[in-house]
Write a protein that binds this ligand. Structure first.
Ligand code: 5PN
Ligand code: ZN
Ligand code: ZN
Ligand code: ZN
Length: 269
């Protein structure tokens, strides 16, 4: 059986204010941070965990986040760099449906979409303050049409992609050595992912349950959250899981650490 490989697909960068990255702590000022997707080549198939943001969506809805993304940093471009095509991807897992984690789903037309049941539900009934976060519904065109208004919902266009969704709850080993751990708080159904590998310590991808090493060191959550108390508990859970499995934490938006991560076409195995 071929060894599992993990590729980090650089998805470009965005800007937020330091007080958004470190809730009530800051410091303020522009903070440019990375976004990326994780491709797992596994004996059971090709998985992608999170798909970054769509440049045009961000320019339209949140231009103040100043997206910087080259063609190689889109999902099709990043896949091409490792000799793959979007239709080679069997599963796309979203930690959550914030726009900077699902913007590339729409390219993965052959993939089955896995997410937490509560996360898919949240997209239809989020809190008013979550509107910008959940602003890119291109991963679920039917939902987007339904939300756009009943008049459009009646006749979905034939050419839109109609993803298959598989919703999960609880901690899951979705394939041998490929784990999803519930880390709610940032959003209702947030999942973090751990990959066990043959030649190195497990990789525990925090997603937005912890933006950076600095957030973890300060035990300080981001200001984008549904439930701050649950967010803090999830950050502590990540610490405990890393200790239990001797796993290395990989953060979602850490400008410092990302420079040291091996990016595709390099890989971990
Ligand atoms: C990067 C980023 N920017 C804005 C928002 C989020 C983000 O992760 C989540 O909810 C938001 O409004
Ligand atoms: Zn988020
Ligand atoms: Zn909304
Ligand atoms: Zn994010």
């Amino acid at each position: 059986m071929s060894d599992t490989k993990v590729y980090l697909l650089d998805g470009g960068t965005l800007v937020i204010d330091g007080f958004h990255a470190f809730w009530n702590r800051g410091p303020g000022g522009e903070l440019r941070f990375p976004c990326y997707a994780v491709l797992v080549e596994h004996a059971d198939g090709t998985y992608i965990f999170d798909t970054g943001y769509d440049h045009d969506h961000v320019m339209k809805v949140l231009p103040f986040e100043k997206p910087l993304q080259t063609p190689e940093q889109t999902i099709p471009g990043a896949l091409a760099r490792i000799g793959k095509k979007p239709q080679d991807v069997d599963y796309v897992i979203n930690s959550h449906y914030h726009f900077d984690h699902c913007g590339g789903n729409k390219y993965l037309t052959e993939a089955c979409t896995l997410c937490h049941a509560k996360e898919l539900e949240a997209c239809s009934c989020h809190q008013p303050f979550e509107h910008l976060g959940y602003s890119d519904l291109s991963f679920a065109p039917d939902l987007a049409k339904a939300k756009a208004g009943a008049k459009d919902a009646a006749e979905p266009a034939l050419d839109i992609y109609t993803p298959k969704f598989e919703t999960l709850t609880g901690d899951q080993e979705i394939a041998k050595g490929l784990w999803l751990f519930e880390t709610p708080g940032h959003t209702a159904g947030h999942y973090s992912m751990m990959v066990e590998l043959k030649n190195r310590r497990p990789m525990l991808f925090t997603a937005d349950a912890c933006y950076s090493q600095k957030n973890m060191d300060m035990m300080c959550i981001s200001s984008f959250h549904l439930d701050p108390t649950a967010s803090l508990k999830s950050m502590q859970r990540l610490k405990d899981l890393a200790e239990k499995y001797d796993a290395e934490l990989f953060y979602s938006h850490d400008p410092e650490s990302f420079g040291d991560y091996i990016k595709a076409p390099g890989f971990y195995s």
